[in-house]
Design a protein around this ligand. Structure first.
Ligand code: EPZ
Length: 416
């Protein structure tokens, strides 16, 4: 699972079924700590990050059954601390802090892990919980927190838009006493899906997806069922696969309205895009993409999780395109590997200027983060020759069956 051998120079064509959203499934799994009733979650992607999240819940005492849906009974959760070896593997583990405090009034965890795309602080998470009444102590990478009684609803202004911190505050406000207002909240579709799930089991959340979210605390939550939204970043990644390989790909079981900015940029690059209720077709047959100037931004702007994929598009496009990364401070790590494959890229601070070339050349390359891995695998599918891609464990954290899905579209990828 750690090395791929990829024969390049392929056009990628056909239908691909999009899996459930990693970044909706992970927080929703941890939100189940808030209730003692049974929860059933469907459309959960098969990812190593999900497996780690489930291991964390089982460690806390939850009972989990995995069939085609995931059945969680969190009533038996009886401990409020989690081990370093599980916590430090995923960024999402920070989302057990709010629910454990809601449930037990205390929690002992560690600083979370996640892709090394920046220093990934959690100050906004901790300040949100503190404003709602928690006492939090951080010593090194060990966090111990407690709260007397329930969280108290408050008006909270987010000095910086943060997906994770918005979710942490929502998780604590759900069972708080009184009203919490999150001003300058993140507006990602995953936030809406979390609110939809919590409201379906008795929460009272209004305004998710907008700048201000109102959460009226309730005393307890019930059980229920929830289907995870499609993964918009996996969708965008396959749309880029069609664009850079001059192919035609239909992404099925997805949600076009979650990708407005991505689709707008891909049509600017020359792609013919058609959408339906739950599908998107991108046709780039016989055309070389035109370079794009891309600025990543919080939703509904161009997602930072699509930055490396658009950089790859620029690498083989006609013209010069500038990529500006405005969210994370170290998210160009993959660029050195594209340069090894012949890409003409110049990085200065948070911008990367891409001088388009007609073809990449196969090489022996290294992955270092999740979205960068998918990008380097797509680069290998179109490069001339056979590429060996190393450290592909990053990929399986966030893409469900990515090599199989690409091979069904005409790629030639072997796991070695
Ligand atoms: C979530 O990360 C996603 N991860 C990321 O996806 C995604 O890139 C990011 O949101 C932005 O959309 C998950 O959902 C598991 P942030 P998160 O808090 O919550 C700074 C992927 O590839 N910040 O919105 O960590 C932070 O450093 C991953 O699927 C603070 O300063 O992102 C960044 O510069 C990668 N203090 C900015 O805010 C904090 O307390 C936005 O981060 C928290 C964040």
């Amino acid at each position: 699972m750690n090395k791929l051998c990829i024969k390049g120079n392929k056009n990628l064509n056909g239908n691909v079924i999009i899996s459930g959203s990693k970044n909706a499934a992970l927080p929703i799994l941890f939100m189940t700590i808030l209730t003692k009733e049974k929860i059933q979650i469907s459309n959960v992607p098969n990812l190593t990050d999900i497996q780690i999240a489930l291991k964390l819940l089982i460690h806390l005492g939850a009972k989990i059954k995995k069939r085609n849906n995931i059945h969680i009974d969190a009533s038996s959760i009886n401990i409020f601390y989690a081990p370093y070896y599980l916590i430090n593997k995923i960024r999402a583990s920070i989302w057990i802090l709010g629910p454990l405090l809601s449930r037990f009034g205390r929690a002992k965890i560690y600083l979370p892990g996640g892709c090394k795309i920046g220093n990934r602080p959690i100050d906004l998470h901790l300040s949100g919980l503190t404003q709602l009444g928690a006492i939090i102590n951080v010593k090194g990478d060990y966090i111990s927190a407690y709260i007397k009684g329930r969280f108290q609803g408050k008006y909270i202004f987010m000095e910086k838009i943060s997906v994770g911190a918005t979710i942490t505050i929502m998780s604590a406000a759900t069972l708080a006493q009184g009203l919490t207002i999150i001003d300058n909240a993140a507006r990602e579709p995953e936030i809406i899906d979390i609110a939809k799930f919590l409201n379906s089991i008795g929460a009272n959340i209004v305004g998710a997806g907008k700048k201000t979210i109102y959460i009226k605390g309730v005393s307890k939550l019930t059980g229920g069922k929830h289907k995870i939204i499609p993964d918009r970043i996996e969708t965008g990644t396959f749309l880029i696969a069609a664009t850079i390989s001059q192919g035609c790909i239909i992404c099925q079981k997805t949600e076009p309205k979650h990708l407005k900015t991505v689709l707008m940029n891909l049509s600017k690059s020359g792609a013919i895009i058609t959408t339906g209720k739950d599908w998107i077709e991108l046709d780039m047959r016989g055309k070389r993409p035109k370079s794009l100037n891309i600025n990543t931004a919080p939703y509904p702007g161009l997602p930072t999780d699509m930055q490396s994929q658009f950089a790859l598009l620029n690498t083989i496009s006609q013209g010069v395109g500038v990529i500006t990364e405005n969210i994370f401070e170290n998210r160009f790590i993959y660029a050195s590997q594209l340069i090894k494959m012949g890409a003409k890229l110049k990085i200065k601070n948070n911008t990367m200027t891409c001088y388009g070339i007609p073809k990449l050349i196969a090489s022996n390359i290294l992955c270092s983060d999740l979205r960068g891995s998918a990008t380097l695998i797509l680069a290998s599918c179109i490069a001339i020759g056979v590429t060996i891609v190393n450290h592909t464990y990053h990929l399986f954290r966030g893409y469900d069956s990515f090599p199989d899905k690409l091979n069904k579209l005409g790629a030639d990828i072997k796991i070695i």
